[in-house]
Design a protein. Structure first.
Lengths: 57, 242, 228
């Protein structure tokens, strides 16, 4: 099957590709959001530690 | 054995464990999803009736499955947290919500996209899509309730009650919606019903579902770590660790 | 010391709420007026043609009843939580679920029941035929009852949340969709001359399920809202 036919998806390209594209988008968002949520929490925790250390010293 | 379980519920231990587990979920998930995508788009034969449009099944069905799976996990974790007062379980429940909501949204969007070439309209009130829509409302309600409390403990417990009430309602909702659509037959009898598929066409579907499940494992691990950090703000182990 | 039997305590709660509402009867009529106003909106928004409205009249009455009930439910526990009565109940050692159920029952008598009584009138204004009155009243009786319990759970969870009424609706409406489906379907079937017993039985089943499990969820929710 050549590239042209593959991309055309039997005429349904306008539906198949956006559907897969949206899927990729949601999966990437979940990946990004999960990492960001963890990174933010880690950053906040570190900051709080530093303030606590400064307050003690 | 109970010792192991208690250890698991301890936040610092869970934090470390999840950190080690995450890549074991993540990389295989990526591999399986890519494999399923290639197989579904390229290798599997086109459907007799729907042509290449049916390939949307390979993203629509796994999303719908995950949306429901995640809600059940969310509700079970909530129940565990409520009954045995395990904070980690509440944290897991909270971590599930955005993941599940995004899968529900994806199921709705891909279902809607699939509907257009098949039945000519962007939206169709069939049993599955309507149930998914109501599931999305349940997720949004859960997240809205959580967000409305300042006190995290109250947020945990209130949303846990809601999740449990919701999960009991899900079979009722599914049944009622199915009943509702079968009354108004017309052309809607087999909307989005999986056509009798050959095994060759089913393989990418199972691979994709497996990939999504592992992906869920990865996402939950990372989010749960974030939740633990947020909740254990004042705990000693956190102060020492960093 | 002799402990008050729970049935006595529950009845006291029930009577107290009715008495309090009697003194503020304008609060009781407001949901009813809302009900009529909402049903008026539909013909204005669509068509004055009764033969067309008739087809969806059952659905309109049901939707309006759901919305009016939800509006009233937000305040179900607020007053008692604010003045500390609920805390006393939690501490009293009496089965909390019964007390909350008594309160919910009183609330239903004041809001749900009037809606049910008004429904044939409102329905007729939308073209609903007389044959369907029975199904309409029966389905709404069961439906508003169930909704009071579901709404009670939601109200217990959101008591003290600012602008809780929108959140309450967001939480309760998805759970109430099956009621809507079966209720309006019962009316539809009665209009078509079929027996509405199927959906009515399903409504009854859901009602009894919520009656048995609802108070459990309500007391859990109230404890969460009241305890610090």
């Amino acid at each position: 099957m050549d590239l042209q036919n593959f991309l055309a998806m039997g005429g349904y390209a306008g539906y198949v590709w956006p559907a897969y594209g949206l899927t990729a988008l949601v999966l990437v968002w979940n990946w990004w959001a999960a990492r960001r949520s963890e990174a933010e929490a880690l950053l906040n925790a570190r900051r709080r530690n530093e303030y606590a250390r400064e307050a003690r010293s | 054995m109970w010792l192991w379980f208690h250890k698991l519920a301890s936040p610092p231990h869970a934090y470390r464990l999840l950190g080690r587990m995450a890549p074991w979920f993540g990389w295989p998930a990526l591999g399986l999803i890519l494999l399923a995508t290639w197989w579904g788009l390229f290798k599997a034969p086109a459907d007799y009736q729907q042509g290449d449009a049916f390939r949307i099944l390979y993203v629509h069905a796994p999303s719908a499955w995950m949306s429901m799976f995640t809600y059940v996990v969310m509700a079970v974790a909530a129940a565990v947290g409520l009954i045995w007062r395990i904070k980690l379980a509440h944290a897991a429940s909270a971590a599930c919500a955005p993941i599940g909501a995004s899968f529900t949204f994806l199921a709705l969007a891909t279902g809607s996209i699939w509907g257009k070439p098949m039945w000519g309209t962007w939206w169709v009130w069939d049993a599955r899509l309507t149930s998914e829509l109501l599931l999305l409302f349940l997720y949004l309600g859960y997240m809205a309730l959580r967000a409305s409390f300042d006190d995290p403990q109250r947020a945990d417990r209130a949303s846990a009650v809601l999740a449990i009430v919701g999960v009991i309602n899900i079979p009722i909702i599914h049944f009622s919606v199915k009943w509702w659509t079968t009354l108004h037959q017309g052309a809607s009898v087999t909307k989005l019903a999986k056509p009798s598929i050959a095994l060759a066409m089913l393989v990418p579907l199972f691979i994709m579902i497996a990939g999504f499940q592992l992906y869920f494992g990865w996402a939950i691990s990372r989010r749960l770590r974030g939740e633990i950090l947020r909740r254990e703000r004042n705990a000693g182990w956190l102060k020492e660790a960093s | 010391m002799k402990r008050t039997p729970i049935t006595h305590a529950a009845r006291l709660v029930f009577q107290r709420d009715l008495t309090l509402a009697w003194r503020r009867w304008d609060e009781v009529t407001q949901p009813l007026i809302f009900y009529v106003v909402v049903t008026t909106m539909f013909p204005l928004a669509t068509t004055p043609d009764l033969s067309q409205l008739r087809v969806i009249s059952g659905g309109i009455v049901w939707v309006a009843a759901l919305l009016a009930s939800l509006l009233a439910l937000e305040a179900l526990f607020r007053a008692d939580v604010e003045d500390g009565t609920t805390e006393q109940w939690v501490l009293s050692g009496q089965p909390l679920g019964w007390l909350l159920l008594a309160k919910t029952a009183a609330h239903w008598v004041l809001t749900g029941l009037p809606l049910v009584i008004m429904s044939p009138i409102v329905g007729t204004a939308l073209g609903l035929p007389g044959e369907a009155w029975g199904a309409l009243v029966a389905s709404l009786l069961l439906g508003t009852g169930t909704l009071s319990i579901l709404g009670g759970i939601g109200a217990a969870l959101t008591v003290g949340v600012r602008r809780g009424s929108v959140l309450l609706s967001l939480l309760v409406l998805p759970l109430a969709m099956p009621l809507l489906i079966f209720g309006s379907r019962a009316v539809g079937m009665a209009m078509d001359g079929e027996s509405p017993s199927g959906p009515l039985q399903l409504l009854a089943a859901i009602f009894f399920l919520s009656l048995s499990l609802g108070p459990l969820a309500m007391s859990a929710a109230i404890r969460i809202s009241v305890e610090n």
